[in-house]
Design a protein around this ligand. Sequence first.
Ligand SMILES: C[S@@+](CC[C@H](N)C(=O)[O-])C[C@H]1O[C@@H](n2cnc3c(N)ncnc32)[C@H](O)[C@@H]1O
Length: 327
Amino acid sequence: MKLTNLIGTDQPNQTKNTFISDVIVGLSAAQKSISAKYFYDDIGSELFQKITQHPDYYPTKTEFSILEKINSILPSILNEPEIDIIELGAGDGHKSQLIINGFLDSGCKVNFYPIDISEKAMELLAQNLSINKQLHIHGVVADYFNGLNHLKKISNNKKLVLFLGSNIGNFNQTETNVFLSQLSAGLNQDDYVLIGFDLKKDPNILNKAYNDSDGLTRDFNLNLLARINRELAGNFNLAAFQHYGFYNPVLGAMESYLISLKDQEVRLAKTNQTFHFKAHELMHLEYSHKFSTAGMTQLATSNGFEIAELFFDEKNYFADALWQVKT
Ligand SMILES: C[S@@+](CC[C@H](N)C(=O)[O-])C[C@H]1O[C@@H](n2cnc3c(N)ncnc32)[C@H](O)[C@@H]1O
């Protein structure tokens, strides 16, 4: 697999500096927060892989069941002898392999471009993807749009962009519209995107998934503090923070927080700064918005896409939407 690392080489200081400045801004705000995109260092990516296999966490296995059903249908819809599949936030590649296999089995040649901010995820992906003469793989370690810009002129082949796992739910409404309109503008007329949407459902199912019985999600969230300790010489005491994740029906989103269990100071030696946490103070980590069919349709039509197909699992927990660029 060819690999381009836009974080490690082309822009050596950019991501590190962004991490430092984002953490400082987040910890200095009246409502403290740290962006969910920083979950995925090496340890975070491995923890996330374990979460996806946990019985309480339905999204991964549910989306997988949809992809198993549709991977033989997609090639007949796209109907091309060769395509470029670009995957945003590809993770460990298990879902990618399913989609790729569908195209290879239909005789279509595939150029696969996974983009992920995590080097560790790209390493796991490279281990998991099988070699095939009809498959060319070029991984890009980058933020979504840095990666997409880098790949802009790769070929004239029809493109299928994968954005799976309901990663889209981490954006707020404005960010979602900006993201989707930039995505359609960066593609050619009639290119396709396949986007995973986690659907609104019984809040008890949601709350269980994000509070698994083995505490993996708790450890995944606390790893953000450990990452700050490792990379910014912080002294967060992980035992003095509690993971709290709950479904907010007003927002239609899972919200994830760390709660300070006492009045405490945290120091980042790297920046020579100290931050005060009051007892019971919240630090926001993640939104994971849940969608309705009407909401998905609205997002497609207002951002330069037409709906080609909507695929659901049998319990209607999750949907994968195939949209075509029509600007
Ligand atoms: C929730 S996981 C989903 C992985 C996979 N798509 C799936 O459905 O199982 C999110 C993935 O997106 C990557 N990611 C998160 N924010 C990103 C960003 N801004 N740019 C690129 N990759 C990102 C993470 O490193 C992680 O591998």
